[in-house]
Design a protein around this ligand. Structure first.
Ligand code: ADP
Ligand code: MG
Length: 737
């Protein structure tokens, strides 16, 4: 491939381009200090205070904090300040930046440049342009919600997430985080339902807190997504059509070394990777994204970045920016970033541990044990409410993380299984068991509080037991939802989790209120409800090894859903119980939910279809020609040996060599046959009108054939001479950097 550098060339260009500038600021000015870099490209609170008239600033803060409506004058004033700020930084264009159902982000740039009535150029950006946009949005997936004749979709500014500047090669772009809705106000994006779920949780949690005598302004959800990814040399990547088109290797024999030496996890970071991490972090800091930790992950060339957590909506925006920035920076350094959940067979895949908690406007984390028995009681109520949420809506949570890519991970030995359960750790389990067993009469209730709950913070402090196999684990003062895929938007899992938690908190509020009406004291009332709900949700708690066969059997006995693949899981979106909860909480309408179901099923079918076609083309144009060349040389050699054997009277090695030829020939034929079956399968799938039936067929037939085709390719890779094999192999992709 002439357009691609050789490996040595690409390494050299990397070294000259990037090592010199590693220290950034050559003149040693203090502007390179972290805190001076942080948020430089965001229209953050400091900038607002600085650039906006006092009154406008106050009104905007009201909108941001409490969702108050912005009037036209304020909007115009904010737009003006934003424009001036952006122009000073060399920005030429603005865009509403939104998150359609593709799971990616979308932008359509508009220049600040306008032409006045007298033909003079002016820079213009008005309040209405800031607040609303109307991209020609007919090509975004809507899952049938928006027919093309009424294709109009609107983007509306989300003031709760700060606007930011993305630097371009020749000027920046001002990005305005926005929701995307249809003409009738239906959510066409991932942000709108997330915002609604935050509102639902806010309402339910505040109401619950009043029982404990607390009136807080606001309760928010916090998210901290740990992002895993792979890096490979871009030159090698460019030679793998499967990585380019499908994001994962569709073929590839196992190298002699994988991750078995356990030498990569937390290992010292290679210089080329460190340069990437440092440059990426610099970009992220500018965008106001507090990248906090970085390390090597378990698989070779696998890494992780974790930011400091933030409010859910902002965290979701930031995670999208993290993924985009990592990709961009990798490309700049002649690396390719792989966000796919399973880019390589035989080594770990990538996930996104989404840490989730609830915090009130006084700064109290509701999932943190408190300092008094009363506070601990409140903590336990919130904790068990979350247990109830996961127990009731485990299938919905499973659906929220379903994708073709994540199917390769869930249930495999390195990742949480498709069965959703909760890990609490020994201390909390003991306390919940004690409450469940105690009767709710005053005396024993008091005993439990005295013995267990009163000491909670002290016990929790050194309670470090962790269960790495659990899909949903309590980790001290937050839950960690570990089954989310690495390439996924975190919005949907967070939305479902918030909605389910909101419903559950409301349920607890109502149940405790009933007990209080019966003249019970708060502690007794709480313990009575806790006792009942601890018993009712017991099945969702699992402390053992989630990877074990025994757990699969045990979970089945407990009646927990085990939705093995995306298609099975997505049907939870149409389950009446789930529709009721999500509509009751006013997070989705039935039509919006239905559209997610269709969009996700369609994405699944399309993904498999792209994989199938890519694999076919790889097999036909690269694997088969190489294998047949080798076969020909074997035929030649066997024929030659046979002739020679007649001359040399004693040569008895012929059968072994014929065997080698046979092995190769048999694999070639088997591959050809499997390819025929795959093509037939695809044709059949295309003919199935009903999306749901098509998805069933694709998951049960087409996808299985991908593995079949692959197995023959992988055997051939082990036989065909390296010189004939044009695809970079796993040993190069995973070990050359
Ligand atoms: P570990 O790998 O042990 O889980 P990390 O330090 O890699 O720990 O990641 C912890 C993540 O949890 C970080 O992204 C952090 O911001 C997040 N986190 C911590 N506290 C909270 C919280 N209250 N709410 C949401 N996320 C949190
Ligand atoms: Mg973690």
């Amino acid at each position: 491939m002439s357009s691609v550098l050789t490996r040595t060339e690409s390494r050299q260009s990397f070294v000259s381009n990037h090592t010199n500038g590693a220290n950034g600021n050559a003149n040693g000015k203090n502007s390179s200090r972290l805190i001076n870099q942080y948020g430089l490209n965001t229209f953050n609170e400091d900038v607002m205070r600085d650039k906006l008239p006092k009154e406008v600033y106050r009104k905007l803060q009201d909108t941001i904090q409490k969702g108050a409506r912005l009037d036209e004058n304020v909007a115009n004033s904010v737009a003006h300040a934003m424009k001036e700020w952006a122009l000073e930084k060399g920005v030429t264009h603005f865009t509403h930046w939104f998150q359609p159902m593709t799971g990616l982000t979308a932008e359509k740039h508009d220049s600040f440049l306008d032409i006045d009535f007298d033909g003079q150029p002016v820079e213009r950006f008005s309040g209405d342009k800031l607040i609303q946009g109307e991209p020609d949005a007919s090509s975004f997936p809507s899952g049938g919600m928006r027919t093309t004749f009424e294709a109009r979709g609107y983007t509306m500014w989300d003031p709760s997430s700060p606007a930011f500047i993305v630097d371009g090669p020749h000027g920046g772009i001002l990005c305005i985080p926005s929701v995307f809705i249809s003409y009738n106000g239906e959510a066409l994006d991932k942000k709108t339902p997330l915002l609604r779920s935050m509102r639902a949780l806010n309402e339910a949690a505040r109401e619950l807190l009043t029982l404990f005598g607390k009136n807080v302004d606001k309760v928010s959800t916090t998210l901290g997504p740990e992002q895993e990814y792979f890096l490979v040399d871009k030159n090698l990547y460019a030679q793998r059509p499967d990585l380019i088109l499908a994001g994962r290797t569709l073929i590839g024999a196992q190298p002699p070394k994988g991750q078995e030496m356990e030498d990569h996890y937390f290992g010292s970071i290679k210089e080329r990777v460190l340069a990437f991490m440092q440059l990426a972090e610099k970009e992220l800091y500018k965008l106001g994204i507090p990248a906090k930790t970085r390390h090597n992950e378990v698989a070779p060339h696998q890494f992780e970045l974790a930011p400091i957590f933030s409010e859910a909506n902002i965290a979701a925006d930031r995670n999208q920016l993290v993924m985009e920035t990592l990709k961009k920076v990798a490309n700049r350094l002649d690396l390719a970033l792989l966000l796919h959940e399973k880019p390589f067979a035989g080594v770990n895949g990538s996930g996104k541990h989404v840490n989730w908690s609830i915090v009130d406007s006084d700064g109290n984390n509701l999932l943190e044990p408190g300092h008094t028995p009363e506070e601990n009681l409140q903590f336990l109520v919130v904790l068990v409410a979350v247990l109830r949420a996961v127990h009731q809506y485990a299938d919905l949570l499973r659906a929220s993380i379903a994708s073709a890519g994540n199917d390769h991970r869930l249930g495999a030995n390195e990742a949480p299984p498709a069965i959703v359960s909760v890990f609490l750790g020994a201390t909390l389990s003991r306390i919940l068991d004690a409450i469940e067993q105690g009767n709710s009469e005053q005396s024993s209730a008091k005993k439990i509080i005295d013995l267990g709950i009163a000491n909670l913070p002290k016990i929790m402090q050194d309670n470090t037991d962790r269960n790495r196999t659990s899909p949903f684990a309590f980790t001290g003062n937050k839950f960690e939802f570990r089954a989310v895929g690495s390439s996924a938007s975190i919005s949907m899992p967070a939305t479902f989790l918030n909605a389910a938690a909101a419903e559950s908190l409301k349920y607890f509020h109502d149940a405790i209120a009933v007990e209080l009406k019966n003249n019970k004291d708060l502690k007794v009332a709480c313990l009575a409800v806790l006792k009942k709900e601890i018993a009712a949700t017991k099945n969702i708690r699992f402390e053992g090894n989630n990877y074990s066969e025994e757990w699969v059997a045990e979970a089945a006995k407990r009646g927990l859903p085990n939705l093995k693949n995306t298609v099975e899981a997505l049907h939870s979106l149409r389950d009446p119980k789930n529709i009721k909860m999500l509509t009751d909480m006013r997070v989705y309408t039935d039509a919006e939910l239905d559209s997610r179901f269709h969009t996700k099923l369609e994405q699944f079918c399309k993904t498999i279809s792209i994989e199938a076609e890519t694999l076919e083309s790889l097999a036909k144009t690269m694997v088969l020609p190489a294998a047949i060349s080798y076969q020909n040389s074997l035929i030649e050699s066997v024929r030659g040996l046979k002739e020679l054997a007649e001359v040399l009277e004693s040569f008895d090695g012929l059968p072994e060599q014929v065997d080698l030829l046979k092995t190769v020939a048999v694999e070639i034929s088997a591959l050809k046959k499997a390819l025929g079956e795959l093509a037939a399968c695809e044709e059949h799938a295309e003919g199935i009108e009903d999306l749901s039936s098509r998805a069933d067929y694709v998951v049960n037939h087409t996808r299985k054939l991908l593995d079949d085709v692959r197995s023959h390719c992988d055997v051939l890779e082990e036989y065909v001479p390296d010189s004939l094999w044009s695809l970079p192999k796993y040993r190069e992709l995973l070990f050359v950097m």
